[in-house]
Ligand binder design. Structure first.
Ligand SMILES: Nc1ncnc2c1ncn2[C@@H]1O[C@H](COP(=O)(O)OP(=O)(O)OP(=O)(O)O)[C@@H](O)[C@H]1O
Ligand SMILES: NCC(=O)N[C@@H]1O[C@H](COP(=O)([O-])[O-])[C@@H](O)[C@H]1O
Ligand SMILES: [Mg+2]
Length: 388
């Protein structure tokens, strides 16, 4: 692309979601630089160039950004030196969606206090704790069962349900082992008995705020295993969900796509958390919408209009996870899996497996959500991972 005066994006985090963002950016002639903490990360395999750095090291992050001078800095994970992004934004760099958004969503405390205390959105009751003793006190205040999570973690790492005061120490130890960035602070949340949970993909672009059809999902150990679109909701529930999404995304600002996580309960809709970037449960949009969540993110970032988002067919996704740690592995059964009508597989190409690590996703589109879920389940059942 030597003759093309291309815009340049720098992706901070290069997992499976970033890989699709890079592909969509390249479709619009954008130069792509992928960054992560390890080499051969999924997005690095498709980007024009890549770098391996510790993104929590502000000085290293600044040095790389000053060297590459990207037009857009696109965080793909939470664990980044966001204070440095705030400084860089003041110096004229464009952080997606805004440096403030990345800073507030970097840990659970910032975004939870904004949602509950500043915006007054309904959330689970919560407390924070820095030591085991403080945690015991917090659990007593919230009551059991409750959910305990490191303030900086994702995909359920370090998360556990604490069912009685005797479980507190086990939960504390799990949080200490699973948290990113070596922070010891944890959040304790009231356990919400929801009817269902959804991700409402919300887009801020030059065309205003728009929403994708709600995505329903099922999580196991705090990580998603299945998602589908559209999730069946009443008009009133959709309106309530969109109101919550509008409030939180307006407060974060900027252009891009957000994944607003909501619990649907008998007492209305609760805000859970928000990703200021494409969401794992939203991979289903690769087969359901005219523009996937990744295409939408890039289009919004570049300042292009998004007059409408079309849901073409109902669809579903199922994750394929590893259950052993290995630097040499193979995904078997893809051939059989693809015999299922309208199924697709995305193999992320991560260089190693870890216990519980997501390695691939199966997608299916059909005439109904029920059929797509059934077909995705069937297609995924043929895929196994062998470790050598
Ligand atoms: N307070 C709660 N009550 C009931 N269930 C909860 C609560 N908090 C979390 N969960 C369950 O655990 C899942 C993961 O929680 P959460 O989204 O906070 O973790 P995460 O590590 O940020 O995940 P991700 O990065 O995948 O979004 C939720 O989708 C929900 O199923
Ligand atoms: N729930 C957030 C999420 O799904 N994030 C996605 O997982 C990657 C990390 O995967 P890894 O932990 O297997 O390296 C991230 O880079 C992002 O693509
Ligand atoms: Mg979540």
């Amino acid at each position: 692309m030597s003759g093309l005066k291309a815009k340049k994006i720098m992706l901070l985090g290069s997992g499976e979601l970033g890989k699709e963002v890079v592909i969509e950016a390249q479709r619009l002639g954008v130069k792509t630089v992928a960054v992560d903490r390890y080499k051969n990360a999924p997005a690095m395999q498709v980007a024009h160039s890549s770098h391996v750095i510790n993104m929590l090291d502000g000085a290293a992050l600044r040095k790389l950004i000053e060297q590459e001078k990207p037009d857009y800095i696109i965080p793909e994970i939470e664990a980044i030196a966001t204070e440095t992004l705030i400084e860089l934004e003041k110096e004229g760099y464009n952080v997606i969606p805004t440096a403030k958004a990345t800073n507030l969503t970097m840990d659970r405390e910032g975004i939870r206090r904004l949602a509950s205390e500043t915006l007054g959105l309904p959330t689970a009751k919560y407390e924070f704790a820095d030591t085991l003793d403080e945690l015991k006190e917090a659990v007593q205040k919230i009551g059991t069962p409750c959910v305990i999570k490191p303030i900086m973690s994702s995909s359920g790492k370090g998360q556990s349900v604490c069912r009685s005061i005797n479980d507190v120490e086990t939960s504390w130890n799990e949080a200490m082992e699973g948290g990113r960035a070596k922070k010891t602070r944890v959040i304790v949340e009231e356990f919400i008995t929801f009817e269902s949970e959804i991700t409402l993909l919300t887009v801020r672009s030059v065309s205003g705020t728009t929403y994708c059809a709600p995505i329903g999902h099922i999580q196991q150990d705090g990580d998603y295993i299945e998602s589908w679109q559209p999730h069946n909701m009443t008009e009133a529930q959709i309106e309530e969900a969109e109101n919550v999404a509008k409030k939180i995304t307006d407060a974060l600002g900027g252009y891009g796509l957000f994944g607003v996580e909501l619990f649907i309960t008998q007492n209305g809709i609760y805000f859970s958390e928000v990703s200021p970037r494409p969401h794992d449960t939203g991979m289903v949009t690769l087969v359901t919408q005219d523009l996937s969540e990744f295409a939408i993110h890039i289009r919004a970032i570049l300042g292009y209009p998004i007059p409408a988002i079309r849901l073409l067919r109902p669809g579903a996704s199922r994750t394929i996870k590893a259950w052993e740690e290995s630097t040499s592995y193979h995904l078997d059964g893809i051939e059989k899996s693809l015999e299922t009508l309208d199924s697709q597989v995305r193999l992320f190409g991560k260089p190693e497996t870890k216990v519980g690590r997501r390695m691939a996703v199966v997608l299916n589109a059909a005439d109904s959500v029920e059929q797509a879920r059934e077909q995705a389940k069937q297609a995924a059942s043929h895929i196994t991972i062998s470790y050598k």
